[in-house]
Design a protein around this ligand. Structure first.
Ligand SMILES: Cc1cc2nc3c(=O)[nH]c(=O)nc-3n(C[C@H](O)[C@H](O)[C@H](O)COP(=O)(O)OP(=O)(O)OC[C@H]3O[C@@H](n4cnc5c(N)ncnc54)[C@H](O)[C@@H]3O)c2cc1C
Length: 381
């Protein structure tokens, strides 16, 4: 049997490793990615802060070959579920099982003028460019925020604001920096509920970061360096940092896997799509929770889903009982000063249960995150 995995990020990488470990050698495992390197995104903001060099948080995907996984460095061009075939820039591949783990694609800003102007930290290269901009910044207004939802890692823009605040305090010029945070969300991390959202908002405000929820970007004036929002609000900037819009990769949409939805609807327990032999995991997938909110786009879920899908493919081929994805996840929230918080949640529970662990903001969680980074890169490469 042949399993073809599209995407070598969190979900694809974990699926490939687990399948190779558990399946007999006669069964093939192939992984396609257009990049040559895996990049550990939870550390992108540490790269912006100058705490990580790219080489510390990237690994070559060709290392998969040493484990007996065939790595195809190519772009996926066409997925044809009815023919059980995928066209790539390196040729065509057939499959018995297909795992789509192509993530969320970053789209150009809806306001095209922002493309040359706004910085972000949603790719490693962009995070390094932001580092240069931050280091060269000596005072003025930093407008930081969310251009549209959904976006991956619901905590990331809030962490970015807190870490930038910390950066300028360390440089002794915080009093010269005015922070404005804008987002279309009604509160920070809506899926985590009002209590956690309120805590994050308080944290921002205690640090002098002005928080503006419910603001939908409408237009901009590059000369005046001003953002305009749908209800007439206006925010200026000297340095603009904006989470770019996210969208489902075109190749996934063209394959008919989205069925008119913005992402790929999947069975919330098995991650199967409308095709029995095609699974979609991680950011590309759409899982609606009991109150119609979507399961957030986060590596912790891509990882958990990869385990379930790998387990169930092995069970299908070699026998065994099926597993179900449980919707559990957690995340660190970096706050600067060598500290972080840690939240965990049961996202399939009704009502949802999301808690901030005690001690709420502590050095312990920052060190836990460092250990997690080291462990993850060691465990999977
Ligand atoms: C700054 C930042 C911080 C984050 N922090 C956390 C965190 O602390 N905890 C957490 O749980 N999550 C975090 N995340 C979110 C996490 O990175 C994603 O949710 C996770 O990577 C999703 O995994 P995935 O496998 O679905 O997709 P990805 O990891 O994005 O992988 C998709 C892969 O598909 C490849 N690909 C895409 N299109 C094609 C194509 N056409 N052809 C070939 N290859 C293609 C890409 O090159 C990529 O390697 C963070 C994200 C960011 C940006």
């Amino acid at each position: 049997m042949k399993t073809l995995i599209l995407g070598g990020g969190v979900g694809g990488h974990v699926t490939a490793n687990l399948l190779r470990k558990k399946l007999d050698k006669e069964h093939e495992v192939l992984l396609v990615d257009k990049k040559t390197q895996y990049e550990f995104s939870p550390s992108f903001l540490w790269a912006t802060m100058g705490w990580r060099e790219p080489s510390q948080i990237t690994r070559n995907l060709s290392l998969l070959e040493e484990k007996g996984i065939r790595f195809i460095n190519a772009e996926v061009l066409k997925i044809e579920p009815s023919a059980r075939s995928v066209k790539t820039s390196a040729g065509e591949f057939t499959y018995d099982y297909l795992v789509v783990a192509l993530g969320a694609e970053l789209a150009p800003y809806a306001i095209p003028e922002l493309s040359g102007e706004a910085r972000h930290f949603y790719e490693l290269e962009a995070s390094i460019k932001l580092k240069d901009a931050v280091e060269g910044f000596s005072g003025g207004t930093i407008s930081i925020g969310v251009s549209s939802t959904p976006f991956k890692c619901p905590a990331a823009p809030y962490e970015a604001a807190l870490l930038l605040d910390y950066h300028f305090r360390k440089r002794g010029i915080r009093d010269k920096v005015n922070f404005q945070f804008f987002t279309p969300e009604p509160q920070p991390m809506p899926v985590a509920g009002p209590r956690i959202g309120g805590m994050i908002r308080q944290m921002l405000e205690a640090r002098g970061i002005n928080y503006h929820p419910n603001l939908k970007l409408a237009s901009t004036d590059l000369k005046k360096r001003e953002l305009y929002f749908e209800k007439g609000e206006k925010i200026g900037w000297d340095l603009l940092v904006a989470v770019p819009p996210h969208r489902v990769p075109n190749v996934v949409k063209e394959a008919g896997l989205t069925d008119g939805a913005p992402w790929v609807p999947v069975d919330k327990w098995s991650l199967s799509t409308k095709y029995d032999d095609v699974y979609a995991i991680g950011d590309v997938a759409l899982i609606k929770l009991f109150d119609a909110m979507a399961l957030p786009k986060a590596g912790v879920f891509a990882h958990g889903q990869a385990k379930v899908v790998a387990y169930n493919i092995v069970a299908d081929i070699q026998g065994g009982e099926e597993k179900r994805f449980n919707g559990k996840g957690n995340c660190f929230i970096e706050t600067g000063f060598g500290k972080a918080g840690f939240a965990d949640g049961e996202f399939y529970a009704e009502p949802r249960v999301v808690n901030i662990k005690r001690p709420r903001i502590s050095r312990i969680w920052h060190w836990e995150k460092i250990l997690f980074e080291k462990y993850w890169l060691w465990r999977w490469f």
